[in-house]
Design a protein around this ligand. Structure first.
Ligand code: A2P
Length: 332
């Protein structure tokens, strides 16, 4: 039996469901596991493998019986309850944006900066990055290791599950309405998402979205503070899996064969050499898969210090639950 006492806060959500799948895949058999959410879903039952668990209301939940709590219940819940959990002796791995910008909190993608965990004092809070940043930094690492990245430009094509259950429901509902020729009234996003492409995140005063700023800040915190990154993040009518078009400028001239070999050797990355134009894509190579998939790697047409590529990953796995479980592995 897996001998740590675990809690999943936000168990009833889109990421929570994937946590349960992954926990059963990684640690089959009986577990000392506690499912937590708001009072809206308290009392409901969810399964992890053959075991059934009753969801508990966070307001009455006692974190002092827990070793590690995975939080995936939004920034406000993390802000309020993660410090309480820590003061009860429980370590928190938080998927929300709340603690990522705190200088004294670690932001970890194990394939890239697990060495930062040497500075971790238990019990404490460790942040998981934004879903698109997690897959991006794994894909950037081989390039940075070999040729030193100066600048990155990214365009993202992010699925609705990045917004959680309500994003998934919104796309399905709007798609049905569209096909039945009924009126669509957007609730979750500022504009219709079915059969459309819209900005991902909230637009800030500088005209960037918060998703774009997160990607820039988090890449600096995880990979290298000197990398200059600008992003344009979009939400697309895809259920699961984020795709990124990435353009990188390096300090040193790029040797493509060397780079491809390094990508193939990189833990957590799958390289696609295929001439098949469908590969890699969100539906076939991201959804339900653990590795980050990189393809269409090509040198810039004009500049030997630039390379362009495409990267997809399951935003609920590598972008959230899987990365958190990998952090747990590192801690153990
Ligand atoms: P609940 O289902 O009870 O609302 P998603 O990201 O898919 O929207 O899921 C969010 C998760 O966070 C759900 O499990 C949700 O529980 C949980 N959650 C949201 N707000 C709170 C809160 N204030 N306290 C505890 N859990 C919360």
């Amino acid at each position: 039996m897996f001998n740590k006492k675990l809690a999943i806060v936000g168990a009833s959500g889109a990421v929570g469901r994937v946590f349960l799948e992954l926990l059963d895949e990684k640690y089959p058999g009986k577990k000392d596991l506690h499912l937590v959410a708001s009072k809206r879903s308290a009392g409901n039952k969810m399964s992890c493998g053959d075991e059934e668990f009753v969801i508990q209301d966070i307001e009455n939940f006692n974190f002092s019986n827990i070793d590690i709590a995975f939080f995936s219940a939004g920034a406000k819940t993390a802000e309020k309850y993660a410090p309480l959990a820590v003061s009860s002796g429980c370590t928190v791995i938080d998927n929300s944006s709340h603690f990522r910008t705190h200088e004294d909190k670690l932001l970890i993608v194990p394939e890239v900066n697990s060495k930062d965990l040497c500075n971790f004092e238990s019990p404490g809070i460790i942040s998981n990055p934004n879903c698109s940043t997690a897959q991006l930094v794994v894909a950037l690492k081989p390039i940075h290791d070999l040729f030193l990245i100066k600048r990155v430009d990214v365009a993202s094509y992010q699925s609705v599950s990045g917004t959680g259950k309500e994003g998934i429901d919104e796309l399905i509902e709007q798609t049905k309405k569209f096909l039945n020729d009924e009126d669509i009234h957007p609730k979750v996003y500022g504009a219709q998402i079915a059969f459309n492409v819209i900005p991902a995140g909230n637009i800030l005063e500088n005209n960037y979205t918060d998703e774009e700023i997160k990607m820039s800040f988090e890449t600096n915190k995880i990979l290298d503070k000197d990398i200059k990154l600008s992003a344009t993040c979009s939400r697309v009518p895809v259920l699961y899996g984020h795709s990124l078009a990435v353009h990188v400028e390096t300090e040193k001239e790029i040797n493509l064969d060397l780079l491809i070999q390094k990508i193939k050797d990189q833990k957590g990355l799958d390289f696609f050499d295929s001439q098949d134009f469908t590969s890699p894509n969100a539906v076939n190579h991201a959804e339900g898969k653990n590795p980050v998939s990189v393809g269409r790697v090509r040198l810039d047409l004009w500049d030997k210090n630039r390379v362009n590529f495409w990267v997809v990953a399951d935003n609920l796995r590598k972008g959230a639950a899987l990365n958190s479980l990998q952090i747990l592995d590192e801690l153990l």
